[in-house]
Design a protein around this ligand. Structure first.
Ligand SMILES: [Zn+2]
Ligand SMILES: [Zn+2]
Length: 108
């Protein structure tokens, strides 16, 4: 059984729990009519450390909004036969280096 946080199903692929359209690897895909920014942001806010939240407040940035530039994972992952998603570079499930979306969003 594939890890639900690192697998593809129903046109959606999850990498470390972050959602993207499976056809194009986009967080926001107009062709698939999918926009995962809102649910990915909820996940992000759950995972931010106190320190990170404090830094955001200090810089008056606030938490990422649902109109932030969308992420993409084209070519960054591949699917194993059982539907498990691994990173392309290291063949690792839930790779912290390739799928560090928290950092990608926070660093803009
Ligand atoms: Zn798509
Ligand atoms: Zn990797």
């Amino acid at each position: 059984m594939a890890d639900p946080d690192n697998s593809a199903s129903h046109g959606t692929v999850r990498l470390r729990g972050w959602c993207f359209c499976a056809n194009h690897g986009l967080e926001y895909c107009h062709r698939c009519c999918m926009d995962f920014r809102m649910c990915n942001n909820v996940r992000l806010q759950d995972e931010l450390t106190e320190e990170q939240l404090e830094r955001l407040t200090e810089q008056a940035i606030g938490v990422p909004d649902d109109a932030r530039p969308p992420l993409h994972v084209q070519g960054a992952y591949e699917l194993l036969r059982d539907g498990t998603a691994v990173c392309f570079a290291h063949s690792a499930v839930g790779c912290e280096r390739c799928f560090d979306f928290e950092r990608q969003v926070m660093d803009g």
